[in-house]
Design a protein around this ligand. Structure first.
Ligand code: ADP
Ligand code: ASP
Ligand code: MG
Length: 454
């Protein structure tokens, strides 16, 4: 059995939906289709919820727009009878959503589980429309299949409970299922979301649970590319790569696949194939355990993430101190702040790490508070922050066998006048990452792409 996941752009236009229909019809049954919300709808729902909890903000027009978007597409895609049934179902959902939002706006209570309930509706709407495009399809609510500890990502999924639910739902299943992605629920029934881009994770998790042959991620580009195609015009589609290479590329900005989706695929060894809904004949990208064994290029891809703050803790008070990193990172984790990059000077005189810009100040405050206690007589520890930075990651399985990669990276960046503020290399030598200014990142990525893929 295959699990096919269609992203927001694939389900957000008549062209995309027509292609989706053809693709799904060309696959054997049984088949599982996981769908995202229509492109832009999750953002709109986030905005609607934020408006509902803030005094004086009006959300009703936005809500009407969400409804209109769905009805417009449904009108083009469904028979009259199916359209009427869908419209009725949608109106019922909107009535419930409106009454939930109106209580939220009276209480002005930004409860996470209420917000998640609202956000989960995007995938509910799209799946209710898409299921009606097929004669043999049934809709199974992903919120009933995926069990999570709380909202978040793959680390929050309760594997055994989810596998049990999925296997029960698909016992003796022989047709087509349409499942809304992005959401789950806690064991006591609260709706949760899996993080932005989380429908990829829903699909990978369901594929792992069911022992699917492959999971296909249908999107709007030909596959995982050697760089973000919006920045590097010459970016090439990577025919195949390993789970670990894909994880590095996605972690550092290749948005085409939600990084946590790789975890269930690794655990169950389910290959992931990325395909283009708008060019289905393109072979796309295959991600599996082996990767591309015939590849001779040292670098597989170059990715970047912007909007990063680099925090450096420095001072002779760090030297030889046992447990400083433990306390430092423990305090950051306690605040729920995600660290995306770490580098330590060999003198132990400084530790640098990167967080998202929006977490920067909070991280700084936490460290100041925690490290004050470390200052002992005759030594000092201080902390500095550099905002509006970016990470560029050069990733490849074969880099460890090829000398001189770092030299090429720094020369290319130097020649294009991009200043490297910090650097880190994983012990696996799969990834060399550098921190540069946001303003330099596009130029840096373009130069590195030229250097390794010319
Ligand atoms: P979907 O709606 O299908 O989930 P996303 O917007 O989440 O699609 O991901 C697809 C987008 O990811 C592409 O349109 C592309 O611009 C962007 N992207 C960024 N980096 C890469 C990369 N290295 N390879 C492919 N796509 C990338
Ligand atoms: N709709 C969700 C989002 O926009 C999940 C997804 O598209 O994968 O993040
Ligand atoms: Mg996506």
């Amino acid at each position: 059995m295959l699990v096919l996941k269609f992203g927001g752009t694939s389900v957000g236009s008549i062209e995309g939906l027509n292609n989706l229909k053809k693709i799904v019809e060309s696959h054997q049954r049984p088949c599982i289709v996981v769908v995202s919300a229509i492109t832009g709808v999750t953002n709109m729902l986030i905005d609607i919820f934020a408006k509902a909890v803030s005094p004086g903000s009006k959300y009703k027009d936005d809500l009407a727009l969400v409804k209109e978007k769905h009805l417009e597409l449904a009108q083009a895609m469904l028979t009259e009878q199916n359209y009427n049934a869908f419209k009725e179902e949608l109106e019922d959902d909107f009535e419930k959503l409106e009454s939930l939002l109106s209580s939220v706006s009276i209480m002005r209570n930004r409860l996470k589980n209420l917000e998640d309930h609202v956000l989960s509706m995007g995938e509910q709407f799209s799946s209710k429309m898409i299921v009606r495009m097929f004669e043999d399809a049934v809709r199974i609510d992903g919120r009933e299949l995926i069990v999570t500890k709380k909202s978040g990502d793959a680390s929050q999924i309760l594997w055994d409970e989810t596998c049990k639910n999925v296997n029960e739902a698909f016992k003796n299943f022989n047709s087509l299922a349409v499942i809304p992605g992005f959401c789950g629920r806690t064991p006591d029934g609260y709706i949760t979301t899996l993080g932005r881009g989380g429908s990829d994770l829903s699909a990978a998790m369901i594929a792992a649970a069911i022992g699917a042959e492959e999971v296909h991620i249908w999107t709007d580009v030909n596959g995982m590319m050697t760089s973000d195609p919006t920045i590097v015009k010459e970016a090439l589609t990577i025919p195949s790569l390993s789970y670990s290479e894909a994880a590095e590329l996605c972690h550092f900005g290749a948005k085409v696949l939600f990084t946590p989706a790789i975890w269930p695929a690794i655990k169950s060894n389910t290959p992931i194939r990325i395909k283009n809904t708008f060019c289905s004949e393109n072979p796309g990208t295959l991600i599996n355990r082996e990767g591309n064994v015939e590849n001779t290029l040292p670098v597989t891809g170059i990715t970047h993430v912007g909007g990063i703050s680099l925090i450096t803790v420095f001072g002779n008070g760090l030297m030889g101190q046992v447990g400083t990193s433990y306390r430092l990172f423990g305090a950051i984790a306690d605040q729920g702040i995600n660290i995306v990059f770490i580098a330590q000077a060999s003198s132990e005189y400084s530790i640098s790490f990167a967080v998202k810009d929006e977490d920067g100040q909070k991280a700084l405050d936490v460290i100041r508070k925690n490290l004050e206690a470390d200052e002992i007589h005759g030594s000092y520890i201080d902390v500095a922050i550099e905002k509006e930075m970016a990470i560029i990651a050069v990733v490849g399985n074969r880099m460890r066998m090829t000398p001189g990669i770092s030299a090429r990276i720094f020369t290319a960046l130097g020649n294009s006048n991009v200043n490297v503020v910090a650097t880190a290399q994983g012990g696996s030598e799969l990834n060399v990452s550098v921190i540069v200014k946001n303003a330099d990142v596009e130029r840096g990525v373009q130069e590195l792409h030229k250097e390794f893929f010319k």
